[in-house]
Every structure is written in structure tokens, then in C-alpha cells.
Design a protein around this ligand. Structure first.
Ligand SMILES: Cc1cc2nc3c(=O)[nH]c(=O)nc-3n(C[C@H](O)[C@H](O)[C@H](O)COP(=O)(O)O)c2cc1C
Ligand code: SF4
Length: 448
């Protein structure tokens, strides 16, 4: 199924639904037998700054949603000041609807993730790592806890120093379970939650690299981003750059393979490893066995609900970090599309998305707290054919005024409401118009 080189699929797993050849390497011993922890050994022969430079050169773009280059983020850290710990927070909150790739990485290859964590700790000189895992991931929390204990026993983490004391660098790694709030996936909400507080995002700047967990320099990275560091070290930057695509807009490239979780109306939903730049059509036809029941493609959530929706004419959208610019969506997000067939009621989809954001808003910012409620109410009225064209215009206006991109909120959760609702309305406007009545215009009757 996977057309990338076999050695690559051995390093980053490929999990086609029901494929028994999927990688499943849970124990430390098995992981080492398949070449595990060699990249860490290589890294420990290098200077930390060289490792950061290598990851920067690879332009490893964050796999958690925003696509920010990991090496660049790492280079924002201030020099070690000896005044306290420096932290790595690993984001495994994964509450974005339709996104389920990090879960499988933990489930099937926890030591790959831990090796990436150890490399990042060494490269950035971070002495404490917190693995923040979504509250509902009970099984994955157990798998990861066991793997952390094995890594401690093998001398990768703990006071003795990495690689059994040959190199003088020691880091601790702890598992921290969330309580199930989507907002705790936002990087500063996550920091608050680890500190034991309500997961309210912080106003930025200062950014976490400068002032993060407990006020100390902190890097927040997604699980998949850290896992991807391992094959970059193992196989080299030129190999990494041989997979993926250059930007079509002269911007930053989209290099490397990416885990893409596909759900919705396809024959074979699942998580697949594919090169960035693959078209959505190829992902559906070649990886997922085509549209379910031979139905026609109607649209897709681009990569997590917050990114917005691709329309019927955008089936050939390139799944890379430029998809936002090319297709009028917010971005690639988590690269986990949800596919809709021709029978899907897009008004219902919009209302469902709006309900999610309304429920998950933390309530700090008025446009998000109040706006998401109004967006949901308006969509409910439209769905029930109890709205006018004026309500439709109001819906677009309210949704379009929310978010970081509009400068009206603290975090990007509100952009999710904005992009999900606006792109569905603009790309499927006919369906909305068919449900609304003409606006009531009072006629002035002059008294004679
Ligand atoms: C509301 C909201 C929820 C988020 N949830 C997640 C999440 O579950 N996992 C994740 O990695 N990033 C999530 N992010 C993005 C993080 O804020 C952050 O950009 C990311 O963890 C950085 O890692 P990366 O650079 O490796 O992608 C979320 C952002 C927002 C605004
Ligand atoms: S945008 Fe919404 S979720 Fe984010 S801080 Fe403001 S109210 Fe909270």
C-alpha cells in the first residue's frame, strides 16, 4: 500500500486500517532490535547547537496544526542560565475532531516518540519533559507510562544521564494526563493545565520559548513532530527533502512524510503515511479504497474542523502546508481530512461544528464566548427553516469577526468557528439559501 521506501515505513509507521503489516513495536527491546535509539546515540556525539541547525535545515514543520518550523522554534530559546529547569511539553491532547494520528503513534510506536523527545531535550538543553496526554486516552496513557519506565530503566531518562552516563546530559520525563478539554491542546492552555490550573490560554507575547511552564523557557511540540526528528537524524536531511514538495507560492517547503488520518465516507478510513503534497483525491482513491458505496465526493474538512472545508471542486487539492492559500481554508492543520459524500447535509455539518466550538470555548474572550453561541443559534434556526436571508448574512458577519486572525481573541479556537462556518457557507451557499426565507422588509405606508 505504502509507496515510500520500506526503510522509511519502518521508521515512521504506516497504519492502513486492517493491515496486519502495520508496525507495532511497543517494547524497548523490540524497538532497539529494529534500529531504535541509534539516532539518539548519533546525536549525543554532536554539539546541541549542531542538532538544532540540522532540524532547522530540514525545515521540519510542526505537525500539531500551525506548521511552524521546529528548528526555528528551538532556536528561539535563550541560552542556559542555570537558574532553574527548562521544559519540553509534548502535546498529545489531540482533541481536534477528525484527528487521531498521535494516538496511533503512541499505541504502536511509543519508543519512537520517546527517542524524539530525548533528542529534543538534548538539542535544546531541556532537563524536564512533560508528556501531556488527552484525558480520554486511557490505554495510550498506560502504553506510554510503561515505555517511559522502560526508557528510565535503559538509562535514557533519569539522573544517571543519557546513554548510561557516557554523555553528561540528564533529563526527566513525566506523563501528565489531561481532563478532556479541547482548549488544553492550545499550547499555553496546556502549560496552565500542567501547572494545575484551569486551561485558559495566555496572552502572547511572551511566547513559551522565553517564558513558558512555571515562567521558564519551554518548547511545546506535537507528538508527530518529535517522532519525525528521529528519521531526519537517522537518514539525513537530503533524504527528508527528497519526500514532499516545494511551496507553489515561493514560501516555506512542505518536506517529509506526514501521517494523514482519513475519516468519513470512504471505504477504508484509517491513518496513512503519505508524502506531503499528495492530492486529496489520491489519498481517498489510492489509500482509502475510494468513496464509500461509489458515491460522489462533495467536500472535506481540510485537516481538523478548525481549518474549514474544501469544496466539491477542490478534490485535487494538494495536501501540503500551502493548501490554505491555494484553497481558501485556514491551513493543512493536522492533515486529517473528513470526507463527505454527495448525500451530506452541509447545513447540519456547519451546525455540528459550531456546537463543538461553542461547547469548548474557554470563555475568556467575548467574541468567542458569546459569538460561538450566536453562530450556533443562527445555524440551528437555518437548519430548522426558521431563518431569513438577513440571518444568513448575520451568521457570516458574526463568524467572520472572531479569532486571532481578526485580532479579537486570545487564542486560535475562535478562528475554528470562523473558518469552519464561513467556508461551509461560501462553498455550499445554495444549500443555506434553500433553507432561509426572504428577509422581511417593512413597507412604509404613508397616511393620507
Ligand atoms: C484550540 C487549539 C487546540 C489545539 N490542540 C492541539 C492538539 O491537540 N495537539 C497539538 O499538537 N497542537 C494543538 N494545537 C496547536 C498548539 O497550540 C501548538 O501550536 C502545537 O502543539 C505546537 O506543536 P508543533 O509546532 O510541533 O506543531 C491547538 C491549538 C489551538 C488553538
Ligand atoms: S478564543 Fe475562545 S477559547 Fe481562546 S482564549 Fe478566547 S474565549 Fe478562550
Amino acid at each position: 500500500m505504502n509507496f515510500l521506501e520500506p526503510a522509511l515505513t519502518a521508521r515512521i509507521p504506516c497504519f492502513p486500517h486492517g493491515d496486519t503489516k502495520s508496525r507495532h513495536v511497543v517494547s524497548y527491546d523490540e524497538y532497539v532490535k529494529t534500529g531504535g535509539y541509534k539516532a539518539l546515540a548519533k546525536v549525543l556525539e554532536m554539539e546541541p547547537a549542531q542538532v538544532v541547525a540540522l532540524v532547522k535545515d530540514a525545515v521540519l514543520r510542526g505537525r500539531g496544526g500551525a506548521g511552524f518550523p521546529a528548528g526555528l522554534k528551538w532556536s528561539f530559546l535563550p541560552p542556559v542560565d542555570g537558574k532553574g529547569s527548562r521544559y519540553l511539553c509534548i502535546n498529545c491532547d489531540e482533541a481536534e475532531p477528525g484527528t487521531f494520528k498521535d494516538r496511533l503513534l503512541v499505541d504502536f510506536d511509543p519508543h519512537l516518540v520517546l527517542e524524539g523527545i530525548a533528542i529534543a531535550c538534548y538539542a535544546c538543553q531541556l532537563d524536564v519533559a512533560y508528556f501531556f496526554i488527552r484525558g480520554e486516552y486511557h490505554h495510550q496513557a498506560r502504553v506510554m507510562q510503561r515505555a517511559i519506565e522502560e526508557a528510565y530503566a535503559a538509562g535514557i531518562f533519569g539522573k544517571g544521564g543519557m546513554m548510561k552516563g557516557k554523555v553528561k546530559f540528564a533529563a526527566e520525563c513525566h506523563l501528565h494526563r489531561g481532563a478532556g478539554a479541547y482548549i488544553c491542546g492550545e499550547e499555553t492552555g496546556l502549560l496552565e493545565a500542567i501547572e494545575g490550573k484551569r486551561g485558559w490560554p495566555r496572552v502572547k507575547p511572551p511566547f513559551p520559548a522565553v517564558k513558558g511552564l512555571f515562567g521558564r523557557p519551554t518548547i511545546v511540540n506535537n507528538v508527530e513532530t518529535l517522532a519525525a526528528v528521529v528519521p531526519i537524524i537517522d537518514r539525513g536531511v537530503s533524504w527528508w527533502k527528497s519526500v514532499g514538495v516545494e511551496s507553489a507560492f515561493g514560501g516555506m517547503p512542505s518536506w517529509g512524510p506526514k501521517l494523514m488520518g482519513v475519516s468519513g465516507h470512504v471505504n477504508r478510513p484509517g491513518v496513512f503515511e503519505a508524502p506531503l503534497g499528495i492530492t486529496l483525491r489520491s489519498l481517498v482513491d489510492d489509500y482509502c479504497g475510494g468513496m464509500r458505496g461509489g458515491k460522489r465526493f462533495k467536500g472535506a474538512i481540510a485537516g481538523g474542523v478548525s481549518m474549514g472545508v474544501l469544496g466539491t471542486e477542490q478534490f485535487d487539492a494538494r495536501m501540503d502546508f500551502d493548501v490554505g492559500r491555494a484553497c481558501d481554508v485556514l491551513g493543512l492543520g493536522t492533515a486529517c481530512p473528513t470526507i463527505f459524500d454527495e448525500d451530506t447535509d452541509m447545513v447540519a455539518v456547519a451546525r455540528n461544528c459550531a456546537r463543538f466550538f461553542m461547547n469548548e470555548s474557554c470563555g475568556q474572550c467575548t467574541p468567542c464566548r458569546e459569538g460561538s453561541g450566536w453562530v450556533y443559534k443562527l445555524l440551528t434556526r437555518i437548519e430548522q427553516r426558521d431563518a431569513t436571508t438577513g440571518d444568513l448574512d448575520l451568521l457570516v458577519e458574526v463568524a467572520g469577526s472572531m479569532g486571532l486572525s481578526e485580532g479579537t481573541t486570545i487564542c486560535g479556537l475562535a478562528d475554528g468557528t470562523n473558518w469552519a462556518v464561513r467556508t461551509i457557507v461560501s462553498k455550499f451557499r445554495g444549500e443555506f439559501e434553500a433553507r432561509v426565507k426572504p428577509r422581511f422588509v417593512p413597507v412604509h405606508v404613508s397616511a393620507r
